[in-house]
Write a protein that binds this ligand. Structure first.
Ligand code: NDP
Length: 242
């Protein structure tokens, strides 16, 4: 079977991406860290629609756990391939730089940026062997324009944008594309503390986006038809100036 691995696939944007890729015919591996209930719910939604989904719990910041879980999965699935990787797991821990604690910096860099390296290098091996792959990184408007109070998060997301462009050139000849999708304000647990009513005034479309509106673009990048798009960053932000 042809699998898609979605890190942080249990909730929010990751859930919508898992459902979208399942509808496109991929079996889905839903990674998560702690929210078993949400992960099971996503799996159930996919199965109710006739799709295939598996849960794979590991912390994307723990490189030993990443290696162990992915290698075990590969050993247990000798006939299967992970041809789509969506690096979506992420957190924000905002603070003005002068007040930012070491752990706020480190947690955000580890979860949003280092995880990209730990997970992608493991999946890349088999993509190179199979000579096909789609790597899609969920970044952010914050990584393009920078947002005050998010030096940690803007740094992490800008870092992945650089990595997307570099890796795209390394693996293009193997028919592997590497792209980034940069959402603006999307309704999810991550943004539930933000006031949509006051923030929507600056969004030309006049509202926060839905997770499904990000998932649609990820789905498109995963298609065969998107094979000439690589090293690109696609914004999904309702026209917010970037
Ligand atoms: P949510 O907070 O709704 O979901 C976060 C997901 O990441 C959950 O599935 C969570 O798992 C998982 N996760 C967090 N830490 C880890 C970890 N260490 N290891 C494995 N999984 C982990 O976030 P969103 O859906 O809003 O965000 C998804 C991505 O989109 C993130 O990269 C975010 O930065 C980006 N983004 C979001 C925007 C928005 O407005 N919402 C805007 C721009 C970018 P669990 O359920 O187990 O906790």
């Amino acid at each position: 079977m042809n699998y898609a691995l979605i890190t942080g696939g249990s909730r929010g944007i990751g859930r919508a991406i898992s459902i979208e890729l399942s509808k496109m015919g991929f079996a889905v591996i839903i990674n998560f860290i702690s929210n078993e209930a949400a992960a099971h719910e996503t799996k159930q939604i996919i199965e109710n629609q006739g799709g295939n989904a598996e849960l794979l719990k590991f912390d994307v910041t723990d490189k030993i756990a990443v290696d162990k879980n992915i290698e075990t999965w590969i050993t247990n699935h000798p006939e299967d391939t992970i041809s789509i990787l969506v690096n979506n797991a992420g957190i924000r821990q905002d603070a003005l730089m002068i007040f930012m604690q070491d752990e706020q910096w480190e947690n955000v860099i580890n979860t949003n940026l280092n995880s990209f390296f730990y997970v992608t290098r493991r999946i890349l091996k088999s993509m190179i062997t199979k000579r096909f792959g789609r790597i899609i990184n969920i970044v952010s408007l914050s990584g393009i324009k920078g947002l005050p109070g998010q030096t940690n998060y803007s740094t992490a997301k800008a870092g992945i944008i650089g990595a997307t462009k570099a890796l795209a050139q390394e693996v293009a000849s193997r028919k592997i594309t590497v792209n980034a999708v940069a959402p603006g304000f999307i309704i999810s647990d991550m943004t539930k503390d933000l006031d949509e009513n006051s923030l929507k005034a600056m969004i030309p479309v006049g509202r926060f986006g839905k997770p499904e509106e990000v998932a649609t673009v990820v789905g498109f990048l995963a298609t065969e038809g998107a094979s000439y798009i690589t090293g690109e960053v696609i914004s999904v932000n309702g026209g917010l100036y970037t």
